[in-house]
Design a binder for this molecule. Structure first.
Ligand code: UDP
Ligand code: MG
Length: 160
């Protein structure tokens, strides 16, 4: 195995990636997790959760005043979601690229939305849009003990 000396010492960022109720109901959980695993990202938190209005109002605090917010709320509480914290190099920006555009029809094939969905109201996944928001979202959706610092056995094969 590569020497432990090559292990990066810099703190890696994390992104909050969430599979929305339609993604869970359509059985896409495994496929979405696989994409992040295969890219080389490390899972730091994972759970299934039924969200409620109070939590979603905090999560989407920038959208609560929009006319479409009630519809967004109804969509997001229509079933359980899968909450994930993924860790690794540039994972926030790369997570957004892997998800695709908000409107699935504008998403390139090869992205999650571009491969698995057609409608903006059924766009199956969420990804943090900045490192700052990622930290806030992970703290909002997970308890402290639910996000786990650990070393991946593959780290030295993924990072220089
Ligand atoms: N949304 C929508 N229509 C809109 C704007 C937002 O359906 O015109 C929904 C959609 O599910 C989207 C979520 O609200 O994913 C949050 O909106 P945002 O602009 O943050 O998009 P995202 O960051 O998820 O791509
Ligand atoms: Mg957003």
């Amino acid at each position: 195995a590569p020497s432990a000396v090559s292990r990066p010492t810099m703190a890696m960022e994390r992104s909050y990636i969430m599979i929305k109720p339609d993604g869970v109901q359509r059985g896409l959980v495994g496929k979405i997790i696989t994409r992040f695993e295969e890219r080389g990202y490390k899972l730091a938190g994972l759970k299934l959760k039924q969200a409620d209005e109070a939590l979603l109002k905090k999560h989407y605090k920038d959208l609560v005043d929009k006319p479409f917010f009630p519809k967004l709320l109804a969509y997001m509480i229509s079933g359980p979601v899968v909450c994930m914290a993924w860790e690794g190099k540039d994972v926030v920006a790369m997570g957004r690229k892997m998800l695709g555009e908000t409107n699935p029809l504008a998403s390139a094939p090869g992205t999650i939305r571009g491969d698995f969905c057609l409608e903006v109201w059924r766009n199956i996944c969420h990804g943090s849009d900045s490192v700052e928001n990622a930290d806030k979202e992970i703290a909002l959706w997970f308890g402290e003990a639910e996000v786990v610092d650990h070393e991946s056995a593959m780290q030295d094969w993924i990072y220089e």
